[in-house]
Design a binder for this molecule. Structure first.
Ligand code: FES
Ligand code: MG
Length: 592
């Protein structure tokens, strides 16, 4: 590829070598020289590469990036660049109260300011834990300077009693065992801790593996980068290659908008179906797309993704974990298999290594067909999401591939139609209400209940709670009823295999239909027509909306921090990516 820009075109030059303002140049220089950088490194001739650092003691999943950044730095310097490491607002999925997803937009905002306001020519996005990946890709999208993503990699496989124990997925299992009285408190901790044997992100196909894989499918990571486990030697080597490559990308002026095109998002949706990706993926990819001005919505997820098969046999949908996925060929093997069957929508889209995704992956074979199934014998057919609607919401996502036969049989409204199910509403107002009351027999949750969670969307529970995969009460678990259908305006952890209807928009707190549903209402889920309805007559519905308005709308708790309130004032529905209202109006900001 021919070089498109000259040293005099470098963005950082207007800070460090501005002939029209030597005073400001001096001021900028003295403060960056003072930790030992030289005039040569800051002469405005070498690209200044930011390493957007998401690792810290607060973010254990990404902490290994603190070490890995040294290899990235070596690569940048070898290719003739200078490094400035940029701290990113920490996000840790399981430790942040009330929820980590509240901070996705905060990390996004802060990184936009860092990249826009400082002398950065290109950036390495250190990704990993769930929300770090979308936050950094969203910022790169808005600023639109050359950017390359670099995963921290999954943890090693977890083991307990000779069996694989996977991040998150084991938590749902351990909770069930604990609720049934089969393990005590210490047993619960030992079982859960076994799933996290090393540094890295969750080793299941949860939101982290999903988003890291999709960052590669979008073309934003070097091929094969997503799946290399964090402690493997190849992880550091990939860091060096990533550092080298970003310097060339600056000279070639390859920007996020050149890579994350509508075609690239279509590829990512296809890959998401094949890997069995998290239901958080539509939220985050729709958000990234909006910051680039690319049209993408939940109908695209159904239209492009639903008919594609599940190939990757990772927990929670399957058996294996991150190390196995890497050894079986990772994302390139999945893409190669889709391509050979003409199921990758756009093989010609550009990736960060300067080649098309098709050229990168065409010849990559599956190395272990127990872990990545061939298309001819998929794990599950039609494994992508459905986008449902009805009088409870305008849009909600369902992962149909995890609905069991036992489950369908229990709810069939017509024995000849396995896709039409009916049950009775059992409504919870937020996760605390659920946790405090679920085991109370007075609620009378039965095996025909449809569990409904409201007040858990981005407005009601700032950021949106991952709570829609609700377990049945312990008395039903003891009877062998391990799951009930769940509907909600919150989200679901990617590590949960529950067949839930999630991300319902508009949420109850914004006046959606979930705000008026009541315990005992008959609920019909019809996957043939893609509808979910509360079976109430128009008059009843009208009266309930009137009562809701008279009561001043759906009641939700007050904000606890300034950011929670600012977030609530600006946030858009989950179906539209949960972005801040005005943020998508600011595009390509480095070039304005
Ligand atoms: Fe951080 Fe899963 S909790 S990657
Ligand atoms: Mg999560």
């Amino acid at each position: 590829m021919t070089k498109k820009i000259k040293p005099s075109d470098l963005r950082s030059r207007s800070w460090f070598n501005n002939p029209e303002d030597s005073e400001m140049t001096a001021l900028y220089l003295e403060r960056y020289l003072n930790y030992g950088l030289t005039r040569e490194e800051l002469a405005g001739k070498k690209p200044i590469i930011g390493i957007a650092q998401t690792g810290s003691d607060l973010s254990p999943c990404n902490r290994h990036h603190v070490e890995l950044a040294k290899r990235v730095r070596d690569g940048v310097i070898a290719a003739g660049g200078t490094v400035i490491e940029i701290p990113v607002h920490p996000i840790q999925e399981t430790g942040k109260r009330p929820t980590a997803s509240l901070d996705r937009n905060l990390a996004y905002l802060s990184l936009v300011e860092s990249l826009y306001g400082y002398p950065i020519d290109g950036v390495v996005l250190t990704i990993g834990c769930d929300k770090t990946t979308p936050a950094l890709l969203m910022a790169a999208a808005t600023v639109n300077i050359p950017a390359i993503a670099y995963s921290v990699g999954p943890m090693l496989n977890g083991w307990f009693g000779g069996e694989r124990t996977g991040s998150g997925t084991i938590v749902w299992k351990a909770r069930e065992l604990h609720a049934k009285g089969e393990i005590d408190d210490d047993g619960l901790i030992d079982l859960i801790a076994s799933s996290a044997p090393s540094t890295g992100f969750c080793n299941t196909m949860g939101t982290a593996t999903t988003m890291n894989s999709l960052a590669e499918a979008l073309g934003m990571q070097l091929p094969g980068s997503a799946a290399i486990p964090a402690p493997y030697r190849e992880r550091g080597q990939m860091g060096y290659e990533t550092g080298k490559r970003i310097v060339d990308m600056v000279w070639d002026d390859v920007k996020p908008s050149d890579i994350m095109t509508r075609q690239a998002f279509e590829n990512a949706i296809a890959v998401n179906s094949a890997i069995g990706g998290s239901t958080n993926a539509p939220i985050h990819l729709n958000a990234i797309a909006r910051h680039l001005g690319v049209e993408l919505n939940n109908d695209d997820w159904q239209n492009i993704g639903h008919k594609l098969p599940l190939l990757v046999n990772l927990q929670p949908a399957g058996e294996y974990l991150g190390e196995d996925f890497h050894r079986a060929g990772g994302v390139p093997a999945v893409v190669g298999e889709l391509m050979r069957n003409k199921l990758l929508p756009n093989p010609d889209t550009l990736t960060v290594n300067g080649h098309s995704i098709g050229d990168n992956c065409r010849d990559v074979e599956i190395a272990n067909d127990k872990v990545i199934f061939p298309i001819a014998k998929p794990m599950v057919k039609d494994a992508g999401f459905l986008n449902l609607s009805g009088n409870l919401f305008d849009s909600a996502i369902m992962k149909t591939s995890v609905i069991s036969k036992e489950f369908r049989d229990r709810y069939l409204s017509n024995p000849d139609d396995p896709n039409a199910m009916e049950g009775t509403a059992m409504v919870f107002d937020g996760p605390e209400h659920f946790h405090d009351t679920v085991d109370d027999p007075a609620l009378n949750i039965t095996e025909n209940s449809v569990m409904i969670m409201r007040g858990a969307g981005p407005l009601g529970y700032p950021g949106g709670a991952e709570v829609v995969n609700m377990r049945p009460p312990s008395y039903l678990l003891k009877q062998g009823v391990n799951s009930l259908p769940c509907i909600g305006d919150g989200r679901q952890s990617g590590t949960s295999g529950s067949p839930s209807i999630l991300n319902a928009s508009p949420e109850a707190a914004a006046g959606g239909g979930l705000a008026i549903v009541q315990n005992g209402d008959p609920i019909r889920i019809d996957l043939n027509t893609g509808t979910v309805m509360m079976l109430l007559d128009d008059e009843t519905i009208e009266q309930r909306y009137k009562a809701l308005v008279e009561a001043g709308g759906y009641n939700f708790p007050e904000s606890q921090t300034p950011w929670q309130q600012i977030f609530r004032d600006l946030v858009q529905p989950l179906s539209e990516g949960m972005v801040l209202r005005d943020a998508p109006n600011y595009q390509d900001v480095a070039h304005k």
